[in-house]
Design a protein around this ligand. Structure first.
Ligand code: NAD
Length: 297
């Protein structure tokens, strides 16, 4: 299929590579020329701007941008996608943004004859490279059916979550729970160790008991417990604390808009925010455990 792709960052670049490897014809654009050049060296056609991608003859255009303001810019500005894309071209935004913006942009696209899906992902850069992402998709049944085979070349689990914006709702709810559960794991591990438990023995008990979760059995924040976790390499790499703060911000904003209390989500956001304020925003979010550890630990 002829596909347009805008946003070749940490996630977008490997996703585009997987589309090329699967035999799709790609026209790409990013504000950073070096990433466009790299995609071109892999076989993509480089576009000079968004309008060129819009008019490249693609049946489907995918965007993978940092945040809602970039999505609004790329889709809604005078030189953006909606101003230039021919009627009938399908649109998929895989950026993580708030559901309200996703619904607004999708409504504008649909109204002018461009069906649109929100399809945020989980699985990180490793999943993007391996083509094993989970896509959480919001939009109409027939659009989901159209885009699914393309998403399958970049992901392993493609889940239709309901109408427009519901992909973002699912992503937001999951990441809020992850942010909260990591703090719980940090508190439980440091409490146990401070009372004399060996961290590996404690993690072993939790991971075969009712407290078990991804934050304890796969990504345990206590150093030395899980070999592959960021806690074992000084909290480098992984999922940045500032990105977690962004996702918790989406959840608390959405909660405000819908009148729904998210007490733990709001508390979690402030805890990560205070760590970022102290200069730790670049670390993996599991570094929140430092809040609970004495310097020598
Ligand atoms: P990134 O910052 O590495 O990449 C974003 C790219 O978009 C950049 O290359 C940037 O130049 C480009 N861009 C911005 N504005 C543009 C414009 N107007 N026109 C063209 N290109 C433009 O971000 P990322 O890590 O690839 O993440 C992308 C999205 O995926 C974010 O919403 C993020 O929350 C989400 N996400 C990231 C991860 C992760 O582990 N990095 C995991 C899951 C979801």
């Amino acid at each position: 299929m002829k596909i347009g792709f805008i946003g070749l960052g940490n996630m977008g670049a490997p996703m585009a590579s997987n589309l090329l490897k699967a035999g799709h014809e790609l026209t790409v654009f990013d504000l950073v020329q070096s990433v466009v050049d790299k995609a071109a060296s892999e076989g993509a056609t480089a576009a000079a701007d968004i309008a060129t991608v819009a008019r490249c003859g693609a049946e489907l255009i995918i965007t993978m941008l940092p945040a809602a303001r970039h999505v609004k810019g790329v889709y809604l500005e005078d030189d953006g996608l909606l101003a230039h894309v021919p009627k009938g071209v399908h649109l998929v935004d895989s950026s993580t943004i708030d559901p309200m913006t996703a619904r607004d942009v999708a409504a504008k696209a649909t109204a002018q004859g461009n069906p649109m899906l929100d399809a945020p992902v989980s699985g990180g850069t490793g999943g993007a490279q391996a083509g094993t992402l989970t896509f959480m998709v919001g939009g109409e049944d027939q659009e989901f059916a159209f885009a699914r085979p393309v998403l399958e070349t970049m992901g392993k689990n493609i889940v239709h979550c309901g109408g427009a914006g519901n992909g973002q709702v699912a992503k937001m709810a999951n990441n809020m729970l992850l942010g909260i559960s990591m703090i719980g794991a940090a508190e439980a591990m440091t409490l146990g160790v401070s009372m004399g438990m060996d961290p590996e023995v404690l993690a072993g008990v939790i991971n075969t008991s009712s407290g078990r979760c991804w934050s304890t059995d796969t990504y345990n924040p206590y150093p030395g417990v899980i070999e592959t976790a960021p806690s074992n390499r000084g909290y480098s790499g992984g999922f940045g604390m500032d990105l977690m703060i962004k996702d918790l911000g989406l959840a608390t904003e959405a909660a405000k808009a819908s009148g729904q209390p998210v007490v733990m989500g709001g508390l979690a956001q402030q805890l990560y925010q205070s760590m970022s304020f102290e200069g730790h925003g670049h670390l993996d979010f599991s570094a929140i455990i430092k809040r609970y550890m004495k310097d020598e630990e």
